[in-house]
Design a protein around this ligand. Structure first.
Ligand SMILES: [Zn+2]
Length: 54
C-alpha cells in the first residue's frame, strides 16, 4: 500500500510543517527557506533508505 507523500490540495512543508495553497507555493517555499532544489521531499536530498524517488 502506497500513501501519498503530500496532499496536493493542502500541501505541507515536511521540514517546518507550514501549510500552503498549492504544490507550487510549497516548492517555492522549500527552495527559498530550506535551500532545496525543488525535489519532492526531504531537506537536502533523498533520505537514507528512500528509494522511491531520485
Ligand atoms: Zn518549510
Amino acid at each position: 500500500m502506497v500513501l501519498p507523500l503530500v496532499d496536493e490540495a493542502n500541501p505541507k512543508c515536511t521540514a517546518c510543517h507550514a501549510g500552503f495553497g498549492s504544490m507550487e507555493e510549497l516548492r517555492e517555499h522549500r527552495r527559498r527557506e530550506h535551500g532545496e532544489p525543488g525535489g519532492e521531499k526531504g531537506r537536502s536530498g533523498p533520505a537514507p533508505g528512500d528509494v522511491s524517488l531520485f
